[in-house]
Write a protein that binds this ligand. Structure first.
Ligand code: 4HQ
Length: 252
């Protein structure tokens, strides 16, 4: 998959993209990333990309010309590789990113992520983007972190990445639920023991325990996720058990 990122802070994207699942996906050629800086589409000595808002008020607004020229450059670069990469503007006014959207994006050949700074971008550029995506209801100082969030979540879904092979299969029956608790060595840490079932070697029992724990933490932290979900008979049974136990964490 091809990612183009339009940003006046390309170093932020470049640095993060060298690490973790993302960095490895690039090394393996599963992902390619191209950075586009609107400052390279300015003509003045100070490489100005922002100006004062019409109507007054605080802060600055990113100007149309450098952004539109950069979008054209990104489109040309993608097209040269036979890729169509719709432009997504990261904004709190966008549709909230969720796992369904991530999976949809992961099916696409490319995406161009447009990162704003200051108070945002001129509305005439907003009119030219294909979609707007938000990573949550809070205000950040730029779209770079949201762009990294979007790309990281997508990267895990691309065939061949670490996130894909192992967890994708497993995740299918836990989709839409919060994660179950994880343990590693030592078996005893302080006074706390690893739940016995996990060292039993009984894989069916482990699967059942994990599903039950996932249902428990989802019910406690995000009940809205459960009401949005069609529950399997086993899931109903495990939830009933949990309620009967008063949602206790462990029944040793
Ligand atoms: N931004 N989800 C960029 C955000 C944001 C979010 C604020 C985006 C500032 C210029 N983006 N503007 N939340 O807070 O995507």
């Amino acid at each position: 998959m091809w990612f183009g990122v339009i940003s006046i802070m390309t170093e932020m994207i470049a640095t993060a993209s060298r690490t973790g699942v993302f960095g490895r996906a690039i090394e393996q050629g599963i992902l390619s990333l191209e950075l586009f800086d609107p400052r390279s589409h300015t003509t003045d000595r100070h490489q100005t990309v922002d100006d004062r808002p019409y109507g007054g008020g605080p802060g600055m607004v990113m100007m149309t010309e450098p952004l539109l020229a950069t979008m054209a450059e990104a489109r040309t670069r993608a097209a040269a590789q036979g890729i169509e990469a719709p432009v997504i503007y990261l904004s709190p006014q966008g549709a909230r990113l969720d796992q369904k959207m991530v999976k949809e994006f992961a099916e696409m050949p490319g995406l161009t992520l447009l990162c704003g700074r200051y108070e945002g971008i001129d509305e005439r550029v907003v009119e030219r983007v294909d979609r707007m995506v938000s990573v949550g209801d809070y205000v950040l100082s730029g779209g770079e972190l949201p762009a990294l969030v979007v790309m990281d979540a997508i990267a895990r879904h691309l065939p061949g990445t670490l996130g894909n092979s192992a967890s994708a299969v497993e995740e299918s029956h836990l989709d839409g639920l919060l994660d179950y608790p994880h343990y590693t060595r030592p078996e005893t840490a302080g006074a706390r023991q690893v739940p016995e079932v996990l060292t039993s070697g009984d894989h069916a029992a482990i699967r059942r325990w994990r599903l039950k724990q996932a249902l428990r933490s989802t019910w406690l932290a995000r009940p809205d996720l459960l009401t949005a979900r069609v529950l399997e008979p086993l899931e109903r049974e495990l939830l009933s058990e949990l309620f009967a136990e008063g949602l206790a964490a462990e029944v040793d």
